[in-house]
Write a protein of this length. Structure first.
Length: 531
């Protein structure tokens, strides 16, 4: 393969990504993410700034024990301080002590920053760049120079911006990474500037590092590659300060599938969705459902006409095969659905493809429920129960009859309020009357319901509540508004699934969703036992 067809992926999730609001990774978190990035096949993993905190310093020591197979670990830092030799600068020493095989040095390329932030002469700024890069390159380390604010600097004073690159290149930088640090540049300007730099430095690899403040980081990165950049820096899911960094989960598949570049080691592109969701989970961030390529909705079809066409040929409404990036096609059920949606959605378990009457019957029921405020897009388990109840017969049965439930909240003095729930239900001829406390009313109800059922149905003990969402359907009704509760559960057998409940009473809406989760599990467990 010609090296011009290779684009090197430089991941900075563990450094730039952790500057995002609300993101804080422990040392073990960072090590686990690094392992996943290596499995994905990225070329560089930037671990952090060794001088900034003990955690980043420890990362470089611990990562050497983790058996990273492909990626090169990079330590990040700033140029030496003014008026001091590079070898005597504590930042330089910390990067050397990290023993990272790649060193990334960030320096100023905008004369405005040189004057107002560093408050040094232009010559001293270039000397700081050259001395810092030269220290590491002279010791045989691969050295990346991040030209901070390059595009703003190039717009303001192109000759000085290029002079800073010359200082780094002549000192031995193996890559000049051009940074759109404020994220305000447009693709055509990025392309023009990169083309100029490419002509000026034909023998040095160029990189691109974009921020997303104008929602153009991915487009700007691709524009730079088209003009000769062969290293792309970014983060998984685009996490980062302010509006984030260039999203590698979009850039990588565009480069590989649309532009024909090799950019991951091996055949690892199908791991992309898995890595994206792993990073969301480790960073304790909510998934962005409509995220291109890796989002849950990226290959989701709702309109009946679309579903009908996709059943004929997926290319009608999908730009790539979802499996290429490890994602999957989803068919949604909603009031916009047609009979085709029902046929596709029920094919695996109920196979209604040839029964138009039943398809319409199910669809009508879904439309009635959605008109009342239900949504089944994130509640596949509840949709399955709608189908089962509609089909009747052996497809659905009740496992208990509810006598009543009651929930109270106690606030005593200034203590934290507690919730208590009472559930009375009948299984066969036997009554179960249980009480349980919880952090809140839903937690208490969940505990009391399980306590009543677990003796007869012990499998429900493994059912875990993972997420709880509440949406007001008709806000103009004020405190009497109807609410929709969507609960996500996880079970070792069924995996992740969602249920939905709707009522003016948030507790009863939650009760509906809890009950449906348990019914869904018990019905599916019962079927598995008979097959």
């Amino acid at each position: 393969m010609n090296q011009t067809d290779r684009v090197y992926i430089y991941d900075t999730t563990l450094r730039d990504g952790t500057q995002a609001e609300g993101v804080s990774l422990s040392l073990e978190d960072k090590l686990m993410v690094a392992e996943r990035l290596d499995q994905l096949g990225v070329d560089y993993i930037e671990g952090g700034y060794p001088l900034s905190n003990p955690k980043d310093k420890a990362f470089f020591k611990e990562i050497r024990r983790r058996g990273i197979k492909h990626a090169k670990i990079a330590a990040f830092g700033m140029t030496r301080r003014k008026g001091i030799k590079a070898v005597d600068d504590e930042g330089m020493q910390a990067m050397l002590a990290s023993e990272a095989p790649v060193i990334t040095i960030v320096g100023k390329s905008w004369d405005f920053h040189v004057k107002e932030v560093l408050r040094v002469s232009r010559k001293e700024n270039c000397d700081m760049i050259a001395d810092s890069v030269g220290l590491f390159a002279g010791r045989g380390l691969e050295t990346v120079y991040d030209a901070e604010h390059f595009f703003d600097g190039y717009k303001a004073n192109p000759e000085f911006a290029l002079e800073t690159l010359s200082a780094a290149a002549q000192a031995g930088a193996s890559c000049l990474a051009l940074c759109d640090t404020n994220g305000g540049s447009l693709p055509e300007f990025i392309a023009e500037a990169v083309s100029t730099v490419r002509a000026r430095f034909p023998k040095v690899r160029l990189g691109i590092h974009c921020h997303n403040d104008s929602d153009l980081a991915a487009a700007n990165s691709l524009a730079a590659v088209r003009q000769g950049a062969r290293q792309v820096q970014g983060t998984i899911n685009g996490i980062g300060e302010r509006c984030g960094n260039a999203d590698l989960t979009s850039i990588i598949p565009n480069l590989a599938l649309k532009c024909g570049y090799a950019c991951l080691a091996g055949d690892s592109l199908p791991k992309l969705t898995e890595v994206s969701r792993f990073v969301y989970e480790i960073a304790n961030l909510s998934l962005r459902e409509n995220q291109p390529f890796v989002g849950q909705a990226a290959f989701t079809h709702k309109g009946g006409m679309h579903v009908h066409a996709v059943r004929r040929d997926s290319r009608t409404y999908e730009h790539i095969d979802p499996a290429a990036v490890g994602n999957a096609r989803r068919i949604l059920i909603s009031e916009l659905a047609g009979a085709s949606n029902v046929a596709v959605k029920t094919k695996a378990k109920f196979n209604l493809a040839d029964d138009k009457e039943l398809q319409r019957k199910v669809l009508t029921k879904v439309q009635e429920l959605e008109n009342a405020g239900y949504q089944f897009e994130a509640a596949d388990a509840s949709f399955e129960l709608v189908v089962r109840r509609t089909l009747g017969g052996n497809w659905y049965r009740k496992f208990w009859e509810l006598d009543h439930y009651r929930c109270t909240i106690l606030q005593a003095n200034s203590k934290r309020p507690t919730a208590e729930a009472i559930v009375k239900l009948c299984i066969g001829q036997e009554y179960f009357h249980t009480v349980a406390e919880g952090d809140g009313p839903v937690n208490a109800l969940d505990a009391a319901l399980r306590k009543a059922l677990v003796e007869k149905y012990p499998a429900i003990a493994a059912l875990k509540l993972k997420d709880f969402k509440v949406r007001i359907i008709n806000p103009r009704a004020g405190t009497a508004a109807k609410v929709r509760v969507v609960i996500e559960f996880h079970d070792a057998v069924e995996g992740y699934f969602g249920t939905v409940g709707v009522d003016e009473n948030i507790i009863h809406a939650s009760w509906q969703a809890l009950v449906e989760a348990i019914e869904f599990k018990l019905l599916n467990d019962a079927e598995k036992e008979t097959t």
